[in-house]
Write a protein that binds this ligand. Sequence first.
Ligand code: S3P
Length: 183
Amino acid sequence: MSRENIILIGFMGSGKTVVGRALSRQLSYEFYDTDEKIEEVTGLTIAQIFKKYGERRFRSEEELVIKKLAQKDGQVIATGGSLVLDQHNLDILREGGFFVLLKAEPEIIYQRLCRKNNRPQLGKKPTLEKVKEMIAEREAEYEKLADFSLNTSSFTVEEAASRIANSFRRHHVLSGDVNNIIV
Ligand code: S3P
């Protein structure tokens, strides 16, 4: 019986990478972050790819990475904030994936993004208005895809991860997949 991949989706700064890492440890799954993979493969940062080659190049690198990851199971995959908004990418990941949406209040996201200002989409300096505007544009799409969603604002990383792990286990109990229950 194959073990599903857990796909973490959500806006920049929602906690996909840190929570994903903790979740993978709790479940003894492998962890991958698509942006980190792209940086590893290209030898460039995401910001450099956008600046030097533009968004199209970034998208094609993203597609190559998820095509590779989708061939395996038993992984926690933290996606870039816009990856699942592309139907083609979504189709690649959808089969056998448990989609977890991470959310946080725009003010919290804004604070987190200001601390590490490396997101090309937000320009030289993020503004709260821009963050709110982009969340509003994307929210419905994210919600539509989510098998489970969690607001990370009021949890520690480990708590958030264990809530996701519990929901994942419940999902497998309910779907009768007893071989996929991790204890
Ligand atoms: C993006 C989010 C980033 C990165 C790229 C585009 C976006 O990933 O993939 O800068 O448009 O939401 P994180 O969500 O990990 O910040």
